[in-house]
Design a protein around this ligand. Structure first.
Ligand code: NIG
Ligand code: FE
Length: 410
């Protein structure tokens, strides 16, 4: 935030009632009243009060609005085919998520549909979802594989995810350990071996993922299986993350933190030891209130995580089953109502803390050195541009402009 401004910029967002920089080091909203941000050559060149803003070729007037960094969604399953609307009805009638999965539905039903779909179609289906997210201000989306559960489809999903870079910034994660595929039900060891000996090396060889994730839970992978997969992924140079302590407590959050996981996600059933390990290793908690809502689950222990100093991030968990949600603003509202987040924590959770969950220090804040992504948001109709109103009205704010890599895209 250098007050001595450059003379000229390509793009300028100016006159914002409130500009939230979401500072990277000690995460805070960093509110500048009457703020402006200038972009040139795909970079942020200046942030400060509008009175000192440089001239620009293109100007976005943000008066009456708030400006935030481009939002970061650190946990999605955006690449998939098929529909699970029938299961929605079954769950409303009382069936549980794990029962449906153990009977060959759930994730496994999406696996069948995804295996039958080619790369271009998978990318096109994902782009439609991602365009909806971009219109809501999300400029970076983590996308997991995990509906292939064999080498070819896992690779195809990650290729389709990469193809979507024309729509948003994509951070791809390998999730071959999402479920035991039907053909390996009687022989889970063989599937774990396939992940370790075939899937992981192929993904790394093709440079298709930055991280490896594992769904460690009842109905999915055991603690030992998960640790074997994550350990191999680390050896191969991937960062590691986990779906942790969602349906039952397994102990994976603590073990993953010790392995250096950048994040542990869900955490409805994390215990004190897990929280302590995450705090000690700086592991980010990615909380997913969409899944809590759809599964009518209990909240994770946010107050204990907060007191221990665990960084709190939020994601949509966009997927066709447990969280068919792509609106980050609704997730922030749910985080406050269902999980006890403050408004400030919710906004930081979808910006700088989400970047941290992905192991990235350039995402989710605004200033020289950050990615050149920003979102201009109008408050709900007739209201002043207060920070709290962004989160108070579920889905009530209106994104009026999005800048990605220094250029207006919405
Ligand atoms: O994050 N919990 C496991 N995986 C996903 C659900 C994916 C699905 O149901 O298709 C989740 O909630
Ligand atoms: Fe997930």
């Amino acid at each position: 935030m250098n007050p001595s401004s450059p003379a000229h910029a390509e793009w300028l967002i100016t006159g914002a009632d409130r500009l939230l920089t979401c500072a990277a080091g000690a995460p805070e909203l960093g509110c500048i009243e009457g703020g402006a941000v200038a972009f040139s050559e795909g970079e942020v060149i200046w942030v400060g009060p509008a009175a000192h803003a440089p001239d620009a070729e293109e100007v976005i007037d943000a008066s009456g609005c708030l400006v935030l960094p481009g939002l970061v969604d650190p946990h999605t399953h955006s690449v998939h085919a098929g529909s699970r609307s029938d299961e929605f009805a079954r769950r409303l009638a009382g069936a549980s998520y794990t029962e449906i999965l153990e009977a060959g539905g759930g994730i496994l039903s999406t696996v069948q549909a995804t295996r039958a779909t080619d790369r271009d179609t998978l990318a096109e289906l994902a782009r439609a979802r991602l365009r909806g997210m971009l219109r809501r201000g999300v400029t970076t989306v983590e996308i997991k594989s995990g509906y292939g559960l064999e080498v070819a489809t896992e690779l195809r999903m990650l290729e389709a995810a990469w193809d979507c870079r024309d729509t948003v910034r994509v951070v791809p994660t390998f999730l071959g350990a999402h479920a035991i595929p039907a053909e390996h039900r009687g022989n889970r060891d063989a599937y774990v071996r396939q992940i370790i000996e075939e899937q992981l090396p192929a993904v790394v060889e093709a440079e298709l993922a930055e991280a490896c994730d594992v769904y460690c839970d009842r109905g999915a992978f055991s603690l030992d299986e998960s640790v074997a997969i994550l350990t191999r992924a680390k050896e191969l140079g991937l960062s590691v993350r986990v779906h942790a302590e969602q349906v039952v407590h397994t102990g994976i959050a603590a073990v993953a933190a010790e392995l250096g996981a950048t994040s542990a996600d869900h955490l409805e059933r994390i215990d004190e030891a897990g929280i302590a390990a995450m705090a000690a290793h700086g592991t980010v908690a990615v909380l997913l209130p969409g899944a809590q809502l759809y599964l009518r689950d209990d909240a994770p222990p946010v107050q204990a995580l907060r007191e221990a100093g665990v960084p709190l991030a939020l994601g949509t968990d966009l997927n066709p089953g447990s969280s068919p949600v792509h609106d980050p603003w609704s997730i922030m509202t749910l985080a406050c109502i269902l999980q006890g987040f403050t408004v400030e924590e919710a906004l930081l959770g979808f910006t700088v803390q989400a970047g941290r969950a992905l192991g990235r220090t350039d995402l989710g804040w605004l200033g020289p050195g950050s990615v050149a992504d920003a979102v201009v948001v109008a408050p709900p109709s007739g209201e002043p541009a207060e920070v709290a109103s962004l989160v108070q009205h579920m889905g009530g704010s209106r994104v009026v402009a999005v800048v990605r890599d220094g250029v207006r895209v919405v």
